[in-house]
Design a binder for this molecule. Structure first.
Ligand SMILES: [Zn+2]
Length: 193
C-alpha cells in the first residue's frame, strides 16, 4: 500500500526518494540546456524505475530545483515556485485595491445598483430585477464602473440614472443626476403614463 505522504502534500524531496540515480541511458530524452518558462535544464539527475527522468534546473531567480521532464514539458513546472508566489502577490495587490475602493461612496452606489437588479430580497428589486432590468456585463467589474463614473460626471451625492427607463444599466444608457432631477423625471413619466 502506498503511504499517504506520497500524494497530496508530498514534498519534492519525498518524491525524489523514488528516483534512482541511475545513469542516463538511451531511453532518456536529453533536454539539457533547454528552457521551460523560467527554468533552464542544467543536468540530468536520475530516473524512476519505469522511465520518468528527473533533471536539475536553474530558475531565473537563482534557485535550483529538481523536477521531472514530464512536468517541465507539460508546463506544470515553469519556475522553482517563485513565479506562483509572485502571481499570488500580484493577485493580492488587485484584491487589496478593490478592497480599498469598497469604503468609498461610489462602491455603495454600485453595490445597491446590483442588489436592485439581482437580489430579490432587496426592497427595490420589484421595480428593477423583477421587471427584467439588468446591468451591462462590463460593469460586473467595479473598477470598470468606477472609471466610467469618474469620467462621466459622477460626484458624491449624485444618483445613477437610466436615460431610457426601459433599458438596462449600461455605460450608454446611464448618467449622473441629482436625486431631485431623478424624482422630477419619474413624476413626469407618471403624468404622461
Ligand atoms: Zn525561481
Amino acid at each position: 500500500m502506498m503511504t499517504k505522504g506520497l500524494f497530496g502534500g508530498e514534498t519534492i524531496r519525498k518524491r525524489l526518494d523514488l528516483v534512482i540515480q541511475k545513469p542516463m541511458n538511451g531511453h532518456v530524452e536529453d533536454i539539457q540546456g533547454k528552457r521551460f518558462g523560467m527554468l533552464t535544464v542544467r543536468k540530468y539527475y536520475g530516473s524512476k524505475q519505469k522511465g520518468g527522468a528527473y533533471w536539475i534546473c536553474d530558475c531565473d531567480c537563482g534557485k535550483e530545483i529538481i523536477t521531472s521532464a514530464h512536468s517541465l514539458k507539460d508546463g506544470n513546472t515553469s519556475s522553482c515556485g517563485c513565479k506562483h508566489i509572485k502571481q499570488s502577490s500580484e493577485l493580492c495587490k488587485t484584491r487589496n485595491k478593490i478592497h480599498g475602493y469598497s469604503k468609498e461612496p461610489l462602491y455603495f452606489v454600485w453595490k445597491t445598483m446590483r442588489q436592485r437588479c439581482y437580489n430579490p430580497r432587496q426592497h427595490d428589486y420589484k421595480w428593477y430585477g423583477a421587471k427584467g432590468v439588468k446591468i451591462a456585463e462590463v460593469w460586473n467589474d467595479y473598477t470598470v464602473f468606477r472609471k466610467w463614473s469618474l469620467e462621466n460626471g459622477y460626484a458624491h451625492g449624485l444618483t445613477i440614472d437610466r436615460i431610457d427607463g426601459n433599458k438596462d444599466y449600461s455605460p450608454d444608457n446611464c448618467r449622473w443626476i441629482t436625486i431631485q432631477e431623478q424624482q422630477k423625471n419619474k413624476s413626469n413619466v407618471k403624468k404622461t403614463a
